[in-house]
Each structure stands twice: as structure tokens, then as C-alpha cells.
Write a protein that binds this ligand. Structure first.
Ligand code: PNS
Length: 176
């Protein structure tokens, strides 16, 4: 059985991540999305929240599971029985860091290979940082993340008035 891990911070998951998950899950028998929980100093979402959100948006993919991990990626991959790491490449600016990381991982664990998928052009500009920045100021997130994530980001920043469907619900309550 071919198992791969797709590690990241996913704070929060974006359409770009989802595209990589959908495409890479077709290439392997099992894809384990690993949410690093010692990576970010001040994450917007707790690791549990990030795992839950990823589970929701990948629920249509039967061979994808989501879990968190501590410490080194090579140890996580070993525990999962994975021989492959999947990473997305958006632009040449990602390349240096990704190359360094994959080479370091291969030195520590020569059996572990990293495969890179080029991000769909529609999402080449997109990052979780962008989503947090736009969400902070109540901007429209619908092009960047699935609706359930839009709601979670807006809630985090206290923009509950902007959550779609909320106004209709309130109007209905008043009429009843
Ligand atoms: O989404 P990100 O933040 O770009 O993901 C980075 C991640 C989680 C893949 C990377 O930071 C990672 O693997 N961290 C675990 C520690 C580790 O094994 N580092 C690799 C040696 S350089």
C-alpha cells in the first residue's frame, strides 16, 4: 500500500491546499494530512480546530485522513508508514525553502522521498497568511477558502455580522 503524508500548518486550510490534497490523494492508496502543532508561534486556530476544519473539507475523499503531529516530519512519516511526502509549489520563491527541507529530510531518512505538485494557477498567489489578513478586516474570503472555513475565520475575528445566511436567519426570527 502506497502511503503519503501531506504536512503543513494549515492555519487555515485554503483552496490551494485542498487542490493539492485532491490531486495527490488520487496518486496514492492513503494520504495522511499532518497538521504540525509545534510550528507556529501565534496560530489563529488551535491545532484541534485546524484538524477539524481539514476533516470537514476533505470528508468527500475516502482515502484521506487528518491528524496532528509533533516534532520532526521524518518521524511522523515513519510512524505513518509513509514513503512519500507531498508538498505544493506555488512559485520559485517557495523552491529554495522546499528544496532545503526535502534534502534535510532525505539525509535524515533516505527512504523518504518528497514529491512536489505545482499549485493550480488559480491559487498561485494564495496563502493562509493572505486569508488571515483579509479575514482580519472582514474582506470577502469566498475565492480563497470553502464556505465552512470562511465562517470560522470571520468568527475568529469577531465579524459574525458578515457570516452568510446570518441576516436571513435573523430576519426570519423577527417575522416568527
Ligand atoms: O505549511 P508550512 O508551514 O509551510 O509547513 C511546514 C512544515 C510543517 C512542512 C515543516 O515546517 C515541517 O515539516 N516541520 C516539522 C519539523 C521538521 O521536520 N523540519 C524539517 C527539517 S528542515
Amino acid at each position: 500500500m502506497r502511503t503519503a503524508v501531506y504536512p503543513g500548518s494549515f492555519d487555515p486550510v485554503t483552496f490551494g491546499h485542498l487542490d493539492i490534497i485532491e490531486r495527490s490523494s488520487k496518486m496514492v492508496d492513503r494520504l495522511i494530512v499532518g497538521v504540525l502543532d509545534n510550528g507556529l508561534k501565534n496560530p489563529l486556530f488551535s491545532v484541534e480546530e485546524r484538524v477539524t476544519m481539514l476533516e470537514e473539507v476533505t470528508s468527500h475523499l475516502p482515502n484521506v485522513t487528518v491528524t496532528s503531529f509533533h516534532g520532526l516530519l521524518v518521524d511522523f512519516a515513519r510512524q505513518c508508514g509513509a514513503g512519500l511526502v507531498v508538498r505544493g509549489l506555488r512559485a520559485i520563491t517557495d523552491f529554495e525553502y522546499e528544496l532545503q527541507m526535502s534534502q534535510t529530510n532525505r539525509i535524515m531518512c533516505p527512504q523518504l522521498d518528497t514529491i512536489f505538485l505545482t499549485t493550480d494557477l488559480r491559487y498561485a498567489y494564495l496563502s493562509s497568511h493572505t486569508v488571515r489578513e483579509v479575514g482580519r478586516f472582514g474582506g470577502d474570503l469566498s475565492a480563497f477558502v470553502p464556505p465552512v472555513i470562511v465562517e470560522q475565520v470571520l468568527k475568529k475575528f469577531g465579524h459574525t455580522d458578515l457570516i452568510e445566511g446570518k441576516q436571513e436567519l435573523e430576519d426570519k426570527d423577527e417575522q416568527d
